[in-house]
Design a protein around this ligand. Sequence first.
Ligand code: PLP
Length: 372
Amino acid sequence: MTTTTIQIPAEDLKRQYQLIKDEVRAAIDAVLPTGKYTLGPFLEAFEREFAQYCGTKYCVGISNGTEALHLALAACGVGPGDEVITVANTYVATAFAISYVGATPVFVDIDPVSYNMDVSKVEQAITPRTKAIIPVHLYGQPVDMDPLLEIARRHKLWVIEDAAHSHGATYKGRKTGSLGDIGCFSFYPSKNLGCYGDGGGVTLNDDELYDKIRVLRYMGQHVKHVHEIIGFQQRLDPIQAAILSVKLRHLDEWNRKRQHWAALYDELLADLPVVTPKVSPFGTHVYYMYTIRTPRRDQLMDYLAQQGIGTQIIYGTPVPMQPAYRFLGYKESDIPIAAQYAKEYLCLPMFPELTEEEVRRVATAIRQFFGA
Ligand SMILES: Cc1ncc(COP(=O)(O)O)c(C=O)c1O
């Protein structure tokens, strides 16, 4: 790796801030004089707006996406001795949340085209201990939910969507986060909808689960100082919620820009020996990441860095192969496609505020690398 200063970063949150700073500062200025810095009307407003955006009855703001998954599993009553089926190609948080409730993650391989959970492999992973399935709408593309929901219904399993990459993506016209029992979002700064710190949330329709998650989120209380169960201190801050309300108004436009840059990358890279993302016919892709594949990934990454172009590898190690999960005893041959592709993924610069010149420069540099 060289030390060349990066000129086209893999992601750049500073550009977006410059464009919306007046709106953001006004939102923060509205919260600060209230003296109410946890829960309260700004959090409730964002929860209403995001639930409406996703097409669910409720949203509950949580401190981050990992805790959103954790509290969702806890609310569903998943616990020690249970198994939860998820996918090998995800961020480790998906699996950690399963471990936090004392359950065991069971990893299935990915579909070779979409890089999402291979839904046809889920049924054979079900055992009498299975309680839930967590599909992950990876890189911004929805999982094929209908067959998955059908399997879950037949086996009476919860479906908790990990929608950390997919704010605004649709499956057969419906938003991710509204398709299973609970949708879990991260509002980490670089996400399609991100705040200025850590943040997360769940979306759902069920009254009972909604009540449970609200109680779990705030120390097991319905009424202050009456702790009915052992809960958690995992609220989304109202300052972050107010910022998210501002940014939610821009989300569709930002997703359209990501889709525009993705289409341009598709066109400019079409004749090169790299695999570009394929959009499944049943949904829309919101390109949290624009991920290409090549067996020469590491050399390409170094070459682009020398040209001042930042890239990322998401994710270079399948979760079951991480040291933390060595105890589960997975081998690469258990998840062969995920294991192979993890060596090939490269995420190109992708954020709404890219310019056409930058996308063309990235594509030209990739052409040069392949001598095209
Ligand atoms: C797929 C996935 N799930 C869960 C999370 C956890 O979200 P957070 O970082 O807000 O805890 C992330 C965050 O990057 C993620 O990418």
